[in-house]
Ligand binder design. Structure first.
Ligand code: ZN
Length: 302
């Protein structure tokens, strides 16, 4: 488990370097001045330490000026990390290192993380008595009836996407699990994936050269859980989610998205383009888990 996290961070850093190299190449193709500065940088290492430091900062200033001339931000040729606090190492502090907040969050998550379909969370094991009041119980029963109908008509339900959202601890993940478990009972191939695992598998795909994306986009039922709680890895997270939403949409495949974000927050978090695929009113039923009522997206807009 610990090793997994080290690999995860190493992959993140590798991604940052790869993105940086792509930007550098683009710059060098645009203006030979960039390549000249980079060559100068390469020769610095033969200088004595003090002079090297000075020369490096001069080169950096020249580079920033050059970037400015091309209307590019001055940090354009600096790596972009998923976590700027620890620069994707997982640790902060010098000389005493301690775990970065992003790492603590991951470790916590890792403990409860289970990408497989949980066999105990099924419609049969649903107990409405766990809800504290009558209104919540009624609401939960309604949601369950709807989700059960959805699951029983897979792989081609009437409305093929569900967007389950609301605060944590309202039973959204349970419902997603129950749908996947029922689908499997009916012989419909299903995958349950958290956004965190989605990130992780895409990053691993970079180092193994085996992309998980075809599986994410082609499995007959995908339950994508915990959207909005994962790290936003530059050029990875939002792009992967868009590819999943767009391609599943075009292939008319059933997808259950689960998130703590409402429609507006989803658009803000991943961009309008992605949100419009996930919340496409013609094919999506949005269900809020607020413990009080079952509302569709349409009703909410009124
Ligand atoms: Zn961090």
């Amino acid at each position: 488990m610990k090793q997994d996290l080290e690999t995860y961070y190493a992959d993140l850093r590798r991604n940052a370097v790869r993105q940086l190299e792509a930007r550098r190449k683009a710059c060098e193709a645009m203006d030979p001045g960039f390549a000249a500065l980079q060559a100068k940088r390469g020769r610095v290492f033969s200088l004595p330490a003090q002079g090297a430091k000075l020369t490096l900062s001069t080169i950096r200033l020249e580079e920033e000026a050059l970037l400015k001339r091309h209307d590019l931000p001055k940090d354009y040729l600096q790596p972009v990390y998923a976590c700027s606090l620890c620069k994707d190492t997982g640790y902060v502090g010098d000389p005493v290192k301690k775990k970065c907040a992003c790492r603590l969050k991951l470790e916590q998550r890792e403990m409860v993380e289970n990408a497989r379909i949980n066999e105990r969370e099924t419609f049969e094991s649903f107990r409405e008595s766990i809800y504290p009041d009558d209104a919540s119980r009624q609401s939960a029963l309604k949601i369950m009836a709807y989700c059960q109908r959805y699951a029983d008509t897979l792989p081609t339900p009437n409305i093929r996407q569900l967007y389950l959202y609301g605060e944590a601890g309202r039973g959204k993940s349970f419902m997603g699990n129950a749908i996947a478990a029922r689908a499997i009972e009916h012989g419909v191939e299903s995958l349950r994936l958290t956004a965190y695992r989605m990130n992780e598998e895409v990053m691993r795909g970079f180092s193994t050269n085996v992309s998980p994306l075809p599986r994410f986009t082609q499995v007959p039922l995908l339950v994508l859980d915990d959207l909005g709680t994962e790290a936003m890895i530059p050029n990875v997270t939002a792009e992967t989610l868009f590819a999943i939403a767009d391609q599943r949409n075009m292939s008319r495949l059933a997808t259950v998205y689960i998130s703590n974000l409402n429609a507006a927050e989803l658009a803000e978090h991943y961009g309008e383009r992605t949100a419009s695929r996930i919340l496409d009113a013609a094919i999506t039923r949005s269900i809020v888990f607020d413990g009080a009522s079952l509302r569709t997206k349409k009703e909410e807009r009124r």
